[in-house]
Structure formats: structure tokens, C-alpha cells
Ligand binder design. Structure first.
Ligand SMILES: [Zn+2]
Length: 252
């Protein structure tokens, strides 16, 4: 096969994933290659790609390259790239996640906001991929190899290393702002919380808690009891910070 040249331009924040500073990359190919493979060879996982244009025409990941062509690659951000709404490759609203073992703080923040996040710090790559595909969860990880796995349909690579910023990123990417239900989910095990009568949780309470608090919630999964103690105020503050950063980001 005659060698041919692919000229790829990565738009928006996809340049984050590229090794070079330039957002346009030239590749020489000498055999039929899928567009997914060419894009991922540049370092960009397919889960981050929402629109691909081949010489200006939308295609999906299975498109095969056989000759000289220009490729434009876009992230999920219709505010900046409002064209071809019918040809998007990602699901934009997802409310269920699985996170890898390095993202414990992000998991805690998301659960605090009521978002369903499966998390097992001991899970290996295969288990993460399986949980994501079996349970239709979006995979959150800073391991881009994992996001390139063909069985991973939905995922996100948090750009920031800061858990609070990561939380804001996830809320924005998956449009979660309107579905937040803070204090409705167990921070330890992810199961929903339900109201619990004081008499039924007395055995799990410290003496002072017994005196000062009357309203309790209990986890349906692990039985952990929650009440509005001093830790509650800290969590409330954290929620406010996340919300205000989110609002700031959205406005800008
Ligand atoms: Zn629990």
C-alpha cells in the first residue's frame, strides 16, 4: 500500500493530552487504520472525543483511513463547537460512575453530592473495565490507557490533580448540576441513606450525640449512621465551595 499522510487537528482542551505543544499532528500511515487507533496513538482516549470530521464530514470511531486526509477532533463542548449535533459520539448526561483506586477524594465529594460512584480501591484494571461496561457506568480515571480500552464506552480523565477541581470537572462534563441530592448517599459504601428512628440507632451513638441530636439517617448498605454533627458543617461548606466554583466556571 502506498504510504499516506493524516493531518490531525485537536480542538478545545484535547491538546491537554498531546505530547507536543502544537495542536496539529501529522502522521504517516502505510496500512488501513481505524480513526480510533490513529487518534489514540496521539495520546487522546476515545472517551474524550465527541466529534470527528474527516475532510469536514462527520464519521464515527470505526471509520478507516486509506488515503491522505485532514481530521478534526473535538471534545464534548457544544458551547464552543455547536455544529453537527446529530453526529456526536459521547453520551452527554451520565449519572453513574466507577472510579479507579487513585481517586478516593473525588469519589467522596461526588457521593457527598448524592452521585452514584462505585469504588473499590483494590479493583484492578480488568475489574474496572468490567464494572464500567456491565453496569453502564462512566469510568473516571487518570490512566489514559484504561480509557482507550475498546470495552470502555464512557469515561472521563480529570485534568486537575485537585479533588475539588476534579469534582467540578465531572459535574460539568456530565451535566450533573440539576440532579445533586447532597447527604442522600453513604460516603463509605455508596448505598442510599434512609431516615432512622433514634431508638433504633442508639446503640451506635456516642453519649453526647445521644443527648444533642434527634434526627438520624442510616445507610441501607453498611448500616453507618449519619447526623448533623460538627463534621456535617464541614461537609456543608465543601458542598458550597464546589457549587460556587461550578457556577463560576459555567459563567466563564
Ligand atoms: Zn454505607
Amino acid at each position: 500500500m502506498t504510504p499516506f499522510a493524516i493531518r490531525l487537528t485537536f480542538h478545545g482542551d484535547l491538546s491537554f493530552f498531546l505530547r507536543s505543544k502544537a495542536s496539529t499532528i501529522e502522521r504517516q500511515l502505510s496500512e488501513r487504520t481505524s480513526i480510533k487507533d490513529v487518534i489514540e496513538a496521539c495520546g487522546v482516549p476515545h472517551t474524550e472525543v465527541d466529534l470527528i470530521l474527516l475532510n469536514g464530514e462527520p464519521v464515527d470511531f470505526a471509520a478507516v483511513l486509506t488515503q491522505d486526509v485532514g481530521v478534526d477532533v473535538y471534545p464534548p463542548n457544544e458551547t464552543h463547537f455547536p455544529f453537527f449535533p446529530e453526529d456526536r459520539l459521547q453520551v452527554h448526561i451520565i449519572e453513574k460512575f466507577v472510579a479507579d483506586g487513585h481517586l478516593g477524594k473525588l469519589v467522596r465529594d461526588l457521593r457527598l453530592l448524592g452521585i452514584d460512584v462505585a469504588y473499590d480501591p483494590a479493583a484492578d484494571d480488568r475489574q474496572l473495565v468490567r464494572t464500567a461496561s456491565d453496569q453502564e457506568r462512566s469510568l473516571l480515571t487518570r490512566d489514559r490507557r484504561l480509557l482507550m480500552h475498546a470495552a470502555v464506552r464512557h469515561g472521563y480523565y480529570p485534568r486537575s490533580q485537585d479533588p475539588l477541581e476534579q469534582t467540578v470537572e465531572v459535574l460539568r462534563r456530565f451535566r450533573l448540576a440539576s440532579v445533586l441530592t447532597p447527604f442522600s448517599r453513604c460516603l463509605r459504601c455508596n448505598a442510599p441513606l434512609e431516615p432512622a428512628e433514634k431508638a433504633k440507632v442508639l446503640g451506635q451513638l456516642e453519649p453526647l450525640t445521644k443527648i444533642y441530636y434527634d434526627q438520624f439517617r442510616r445507610c441501607r448498605g453498611c448500616g453507618q449512621v449519619y447526623w448533623s454533627g460538627s463534621h456535617f458543617e464541614k461537609l456543608q461548606k465543601r458542598i458550597e465551595i464546589i457549587r460556587s466554583r461550578f457556577a463560576g466556571k459555567t459563567a466563564g
